[in-house]
Design a protein around this ligand. Structure first.
Ligand SMILES: Cc1cc2nc3c(=O)[nH]c(=O)nc-3n(C[C@H](O)[C@H](O)[C@H](O)COP(=O)(O)O)c2cc1C
Length: 323
């Protein structure tokens, strides 16, 4: 029986926190999950434990780091290695202003030697793979040659896995959100990268919203990373798991809620506000009758002072019986 899936869930700031990942894991026992991006500086100078700790159930789990100083990236990797992540990923794909000001994210695609230096320094600190997530290009640097020139020094340094968001990033003039939809998807560019580097694992990302599209891309590359669709319609992850792990039976959505009840009770004891958890569950019934009632009940009740896990039960009860 196949035990690992070619599917991963993208790093998404403010979304893929540990509560979200615990929830997603119930829907996909084998997909590789990514943390939100954590900056190397925050780990080195901040509250590393708050930023890095996670639930055992979240494995397999990759930590995404942002930064461009090889020394800091190495230090952050060393600190993180004690937590038992399964992969450490370098963010070379994020175009936001805040990220550019610290000189990391997508702008680093223009400095492949520096990214390779970061990679080498980080890989020295850990036994798990250090990988890179990038775009296919930036601004007018939008060619196969540019992407190959970015990847080559990293491969030479030993990097064996690249996640590529199949769009360029426009570094000025577009918001991060626009940068995830306005530059067109260019899957062919990622397919060619795999053909140019057949021994390297290439994971494609961007716009994978249906199982048929995932099948289509997997004819060309090694893995498929799902972002927004996994968040807005999390049951998609269960559908993919069923496709790739024969014999695995998707849980009923109500059973997922039951499991989250127990998790929520444990977190509430630790002082986590209810809506920090339930906000990730709004899309659980997307596409089902009653989805709107579920979403509305959670949105209106989970943030209230003293709200407990009974809100989840009441939200189920607020749905029409057909759901
Ligand atoms: C809310 C949000 C936050 C994101 N934060 C990150 C991040 O921290 N690091 C990163 O590499 N990409 C980040 N991304 C980009 C996603 O990882 C992914 O590349 C992008 O959404 C395209 O995939 P999709 O079309 O499947 O959503 C973020 C995307 C969203 C929607």
């Amino acid at each position: 029986m196949q035990t690992s899936s070619p599917v991963s869930v993208a790093p998404m700031m403010d979304w893929t926190d540990r509560h979200c990942r615990y929830f997603m894991r119930l829907l996909s026992p084998s997909a590789l999950l990514y943390t939100e991006m954590v900056t190397a500086a925050a780990i080195v100078h901040g509250d590393a434990d708050r930023l890095l700790r996670f639930n055992d159930e979240e494995h397999p789990l990759a930590l995404q780091l942002g930064g461009s100083d090889p020394g800091w990236m190495a230090k952050a990797t060393a600190v993180a290695s004690a937590y038992g992540y399964d992969e450490v990923n370098i963010n070379v794909g994020c175009p936001s202003d805040r990220v550019q000001s610290g000189r990391f994210g997508a702008c680093l695609m223009a400095d492949p030697a520096l990214v390779a230096e970061c990679y080498a320094a980080m890989q020295e600190q850990t036994n798990v793979p250090v990988t890179v997530k990038s775009r296919v290009g930036i601004d007018d640097l939008d060619s196969d040659e540019f992407l190959v020139a970015f990847v080559e020094p990293l491969v030479r340094a030993g990097c064996r896995k690249f996640v590529v968001h199949a769009r360029i990033a426009i570094l000025e003039g577009l918001s991060p959100k626009e940068n995830r939809s306005i530059p067109p998807l260019q899957y062919e560019r990622v397919y060619r990268l795999k053909r140019d580097f057949p021994d390297v694992e290439v994971v494609i990302n961007g716009g994978l919203t249906s199982a048929s599209r995932v099948d289509e891309v997997l004819a060309h590359v090694d893995g498929a990373m799902i972002g927004r669709q996994a968040y807005h319609r999390p049951y998609f992850l269960a559908e993919l798991e069923q496709r790739f792990i024969p014999g695995w039976a998707a849980p009923a959505r109500e059973d997922v809620v039951a499991n989250m009840l127990a998790y929520t009770d444990r977190q509430l004891v630790d002082g986590v506000p209810l809506n920090r958890i339930t906000r990730h569950m709004l899309g659980l019934f997307a596409g089902c009758p009653g989805a709107r009632a579920w979403r509305r009940y959670l949105s209106e009740h989970a943030h209230r002072h003293g709200a407990g896990s009974e809100v989840l039960v009441n939200a189920l009860n607020a749905m029409p019986a057909a759901a």
